[in-house]
Every structure is written in C-alpha cells, then in structure tokens.
Ligand binder design. Structure first.
Ligand SMILES: C[S@@+](CC[C@H](N)C(=O)[O-])C[C@H]1O[C@@H](n2cnc3c(N)ncnc32)[C@H](O)[C@@H]1O
Length: 238
C-alpha cells in the first residue's frame, strides 16, 4: 500500500521512499544517530512539541486512576519525563528499539525515577501481557515502519494497552508536500536531522493509509489533527 493510502494520486505515489533514516541504519556512526536524537529533543523542547504530546497522553488517561503508561520509540525520553512530572501517580515504562538510546535514557534521570522503568523494546513485538497498560504512546515514530510492521504496532499496542496513541507527522496533499520537501532538500546532504526529516516526510502516512492499516490490523481508530499539526490516532482493539 502506498504511504498516501490505497486511493493515493499518481504524484503522491511518487513522494515516498524505501530509503531508511540514519536512525534506522546499523551502518551509521552512533554519534550521527545521537545528533538526530538530540536535535529531536531540542526542537521538541523549544517548540513545545513534547509538552503538547504529554497533554495528549494526560487527556487520554484523565479518567484512569494510577495509570500504567508505555512509551514506545521514546528516543530521548523527554515525553515520559514530562508525563511523570505532570501526573503524580502514573507509572511509565520507557522503551526504544535502539540500545544506545535506551542506555542513554537509563543513565539519565529516568533511569533512577521511582515510577519509571527503562527497557529495550520493539514496538512490533511488545514484551508485556494483554491489557497490562492503560495507554501506549508512539510519538513521531510510526512512519519509520513500512506497512506490514506498522500494522503489527497497531495490533500489539492495542493488545498490551487499552488505548494506543500514535502521534506522527501529517502527510500534506501532494502539491504542498512537494513544497515541504523542496525546503528541506538543500540541507539534507549536510545536516543529519534534516536528512532524516526529509525521509520522514516521504514516509509519513495519510489518513486513508492509517485507516487501511487499522482495518488490516483489526483495530478501531479515531483520527484528528493533520495538515499543519501532528496527526493523532487513538486506536482500540475491536
Ligand atoms: C524520530 S524518533 C522519535 C523519538 C521521540 N519519540 C520523539 O518524539 O522525539 C523515532 C524513534 O523510534 C524508534 N524506533 C524505530 N523503530 C522502532 C520499533 N520497531 N520499535 C520501537 N522503537 C522504534 C527509533 O529508535 C527512534 O528512537
């Protein structure tokens, strides 16, 4: 299925790539990957993205006493840290597939927080029992996965948690997407963060693609946001 969904236009179908981001490659210098994760942490802090994501999480668990929350693809852990600060009784399992990121989070404040556990985990094969968490959250990471494994995250996230919250880049209509890509392309060969941002944009899923993935995974989703704001998906098992 195209990233633009089963009904994607011809132009939209051209605006995608199978090329992995630096973050997804085993052959890339860890320092380069670290620079991308650090840039994500910095931009999220400066532009308020981590706080906006934390508010979305808190809204979803507002009715749950002492919620158990799972963060998948946490990268730097800033989202989990904000959730723990804002919610006095939430416990958070903070995870990522990348061992270096997990080690860095474990060595920081999250590693010694009494309500946090830092673990290595693949979002497509989550090591937890059914319904163990009130909420699983996967922020700015879903586009990393091609359709078969993206569907696996929907199935796994809703297996281990009552709700799966996915927050990801919006996929603009194709003409706007060309403009977005054109602004990034000149810097992409020189700045790793922009390189990964350009590929992320090409790999972002449209709302119709997200609906098709949810159907394939057998989960119900509600979609909001998009275009100029992050796309927000709340998935529950059927
Ligand atoms: C663009 S970063 C997002 C980091 C952070 N969530 C944020 O919002 O800034 C994507 C993260 O997803 C992680 N990732 C990629 N594939 C994954 C998978 N299958 N399971 C868990 N994490 C994955 C990467 O290691 C990376 O840390």
């Amino acid at each position: 299925m195209p990233r633009g969904g089963p009904d994607a236009s011809c132009l939209d179908r051209l605006l995608e790539t199978d090329r992995p981001e630096y973050l997804d490659r085993a052959d890339i210098d860890p320092a380069v990957k670290r620079s991308v994760v650090d840039a994500l942490e910095w931009t999220g802090r400066v532009f308020g993205n981590h706080e906006a994501c934390a508010q979305l999480v808190l809204d979803e668990v507002a009715e749950v006493p002492d919620p158990r929350i799972l963060e998948l693809g946490a990268g730097h852990g800033a989202l989990s840290a904000l959730i723990l600060d804002a919610h006095p009784t939430a416990t958070v399992t903070v995870t990522d597939i990348e061992p270096d990121s997990v080690a860095a989070m474990a060595a920081g404040e999250l590693g010694s927080h009494p309500r946090a556990a830092v673990r290595e985990m693949d979002a497509t094969a989550i090591d937890a029992p059914d319904s163990h968490f009130a909420l699983a959250v996967f922020a700015l990471s879903f586009h990393h996965l091609p359709p078969p494994t993206a569907a696996a995250v929907l199935a796994e996230g809703t297996r281990v948690a009552d709700k799966l919250l996915i927050i990801d880049l919006p996929r603009p209509p194709a003409p706007l997407h060309v403009l977005r890509l054109a602004t990034m392309a000149p810097l992409a060969p020189f700045v790793p963060f922009v390189h990964d941002g350009l590929i992320s944009s090409l790999r972002s899923y449209s709302p119709s693609a997200l609906r098709a993935l949810a159907d394939h995974a057998g989960v119900d989703i509600v979609l909001r946001g998009g275009l100029l704001r992050p796309q927000v998906v709340v998935a529950v098992r059927r």
